[in-house]
Design a protein around this ligand. Structure first.
Ligand code: FE
Length: 257
């Protein structure tokens, strides 16, 4: 009797998802060993039937597709597993919104740096050791009580990787990319932002050699906070322009020295 999970198998696949994982464990063991996605097995009992047995938590179809591609590319010698593993680790550890948060917190506390950042984002970022090919042209745009900035890539998914890491899935979606261009206020409403009519909305359309990052407004209630404390409240979405940082109340967060 088929397991209920088997209903999710797309029509036309000659091997089911469990079968792929089982086959991959043998045929593509070297490739799968580098993948962050693996099938997990647990043994437990259920309330609705009184025996214990193994259950595999099978990765999503998208994850399985990525694993299959990885396996083929490694098998053909097109990519190096060690280089791929290093790349995954780099994006998991060294690159991400926490880098952008450092930039924002410094800009909030250092007017001279803030001016440099808005004048020439690339050079200012480089002065913090942030840069590389992808920041060859990066512009920082500052939100204010009169102006709200929103970043998109209407063509594909261009994004300021060195400061924000990898883009969220919604940023790459056709819905976001197309609707931001024609109805930015409507999109912002869906993110919970209702701007008054006297606030001007600017949409920045990224391209491969020109990326953008939003410098959000520093929220009220953060007076006297250290840079490290300020970093904790800066979010990825605020640096895309789809979030306005909320005023803070109470004491500043504790951060490790
Ligand atoms: Fe793009």
């Amino acid at each position: 009797m088929p397991h209920p999970d088997d209903k999710s198998r797309p029509a036309g696949l000659s091997i089911d998802r469990r079968g792929f994982v089982a086959a991959g464990a043998g045929a593509g063991a070297g490739a799968l060993a580098t993948s962050p996605v693996k099938a997990q097995t647990s043994r437990h009992s259920h309330d609705d039937h009184n025996h214990a047995h193994d259950h595999s938590h099978v990765p999503s179809d998208a994850a399985l597709t990525a694993m299959a591609l990885e396996s083929v590319l490694i098998g053909k010698g097109i990519i190096d597993p060690a280089a791929l593993a290093a790349l995954v680790e780099h994006y998991g550890r060294d690159v991400g919104p926490h880098i952008g948060a450092k930039v924002v917190a410094r800009a909030w506390t250092d007017p001279e740096f803030c001016a440099e950042l808005l004048e020439n984002g690339t050079d200012a970022l480089w002065s913090m050791g942030i840069g590389g090919v992808l920041t060859s042209m990066i512009k920082i745009v500052a939100n204010s009580p009169t102006d709200h900035h929103l970043v998109v890539c209407t063509l594909c998914s261009c994004y300021p990787w060195p400061v924000l890491g990898l883009p969220p899935s919604w940023y790459k979606s056709p819905e976001y990319r197309s609707r931001v261009a024609v109805d930015p206020r409507g999109v912002l409403k869906e993110f919970g932002i209702e701007l008054s009519d006297d606030v001007k909305v600017h949409v920045w359309d990224s391209i491969a050699d020109q990326r953008y990052m939003v410098l959000p407004e520093r929220p009220a209630g953060t007076e006297g906070w250290s840079i490290e404390q300020l970093e904790t409240i800066v979010t990825r979405n605020a640096m895309i322009g789809t979030e306005i940082l909320a005023p803070q109340s109470g004491t500043a967060p504790e951060v490790q020295a």
